[in-house]
Design a binder for this molecule. Structure first.
Ligand code: 13P
Length: 249
């Protein structure tokens, strides 16, 4: 399976014009890279404009609501995202859990709605602090709660992103050894949830201080199928280099 590199632009860049030009620069850079997949998740307000520029890269969203229509001021539905050409949605990012108080139950509702709407889901999980021995249990609980009662048929459309909070935006990523251990652990949970085949074939990706310099060290860890990139995805050259390094593995 091809590695997948997902750009999470978060609340950047500041204007639609800049978003279009960043997407254009990334597209030009990845045009000839066939052996890796790229997804760009811009702020939802830019999705239409960015979607028009994308050819090789797929379009993703950073959030979704758990209902598809109704009196929910300010929210964004699966149908709306699909109508703009989105194929992926990031759900349960630690920043949404922290600043918008998203609960596991809400995250589960969002995942269900996204899957029903035909989107692929990138479920983010990860501990705040490794010093507590219970961090493995914490990650397990996030996965189990997020994927509660999701039928196995959807497993192909779910990517688990391991993004430890302490590694996000700090320049201090996880070590490849610890990532290997965590990936095995996550696949064990997926085995219990969805069975053997799904546990092997579902994608598990890493996020947290990924750069063009360290990307290959994570991508070469067995069981790691891609990366979720924050800061470095705002620099076209860096992001293209990361996608290129994925195509060599
Ligand atoms: P950084 O790559 O900036 O550490 O952010 C990671 C992230 O949160 C991606 O979702």
């Amino acid at each position: 399976m091809k590695k997948i590199i997902i750009a999470n632009w978060k609340l950047n860049p500041p204007t639609a014009t800049k978003a279009i030009s960043l997407a254009g620069a990334i597209e030009r850079g990845i045009k000839k890279i066939r052996k890796a997949e790229a997804v760009i998740a811009p702020p939802s307000l830019y999705m239409r404009d960015v979607g028009r520029v994308l050819r090789r890269a797929r379009l993703g969203a950073q959030n979704i609501f758990w209902e598809d229509s109704g009196a929910f001021t300010g929210e964004i539905s699966a149908s709306m995202l699909v109508s703009l050409g989105a194929q992926y949605v990031i759900i349960g990012h630690s920043e949404r859990r922290e600043y918008f108080h998203e609960t596991d139950q809400e995250i589960n509702g969002k995942i269900r709605r996204a899957l029903k709407g035909g989107l692929s889901v990138v479920l983010c999980v990860g501990e705040r602090d490794r010093s507590k021995e219970k961090f493995l249990q914490f990650v397990k609980q996030q996965i189990l709660a997020g994927l509660k009662k999701i039928p196995r048929v959807y497993s192909k459309k779910i990517i688990i992103a391991y993004e430890p909070i302490w590694a996000i935006g700090t320049g201090d990523p996880v070590s490849p050894d610890d990532l290997y251990e965590m990936t095995l652990y996550i696949r064990r949970i997926l085995f219990d949830l969805f069975g053997k085949k799904a546990a092997h074939t579902m994608r598990v990706v890493y996020g947290g201080s990924v750069s063009s310099k360290n990307a290959a060290s994570f991508l070469s860890v067995e069981g790691v199928d891609g990366l979720l990139v924050g800061g470095a995805s705002l620099d076209a050259r860096d992001f293209v280099d990361i996608v290129r390094s994925a195509s060599f593995l």
